[in-house]
Write a protein that binds this ligand. Structure first.
Ligand code: 5GP
Length: 115
């Protein structure tokens, strides 16, 4: 068995997190190192998928549920309801936790910036 990731520990309440939304299939909590005024991670509870590509191939409806959750969170906590979704996919792209997840970012990004 692979070592549980930090997200599994959050799901199991073994380490604390500021949880902003939870359903039977998804959990969302604020990122410990926020990169925007609002930075929430939306995570499927299953650890079966190491990244969004695996998740989308196997359970596209679960990915759709995550995107709906992202919108609900941005409407509730963001500034105006618009948001950016980021899926770091692979180590060279900056992925550090290999349990599929979406970064939901909202707030001021500066004009035209993708950073
Ligand atoms: P990745 O780099 O894999 O796309 O994203 C992993 C994210 O998890 C990072 O933005 C990182 O700040 C966040 N993270 C890592 N450890 C913890 C933790 O213990 N608690 C919370 N809330 N976020 C974490």
């Amino acid at each position: 068995m692979a070592e549980p990731t930090v997200f599994e520990k959050i799901i199991a309440r073994e380490i604390p997190a500021e949880i902003v939304l939870e359903t039977d299939r998804i959990i969302a909590f604020t990122d410990i190192h926020p990169q925007a005024p609002m930075h929430v991670l939306v995570v499927p509870k299953t650890p079966a998928y190491r990244d969004v590509v695996e998740l989308a191939a196997a359970e596209p409806e679960l990915l759709a549920e995550m995107i709906q959750a992202a919108q609900a969170i941005a409407r509730e906590r963001g500034d105006g309801g618009d948001f950016r979704l980021v899926f770091n996919t692979g180590e060279l792209a900056g992925q550090t936790v290999f349990h599929a997840h979406a970064h939901v970012l909202a707030g001021s990004f500066g004009e035209g910036s993708l950073a």
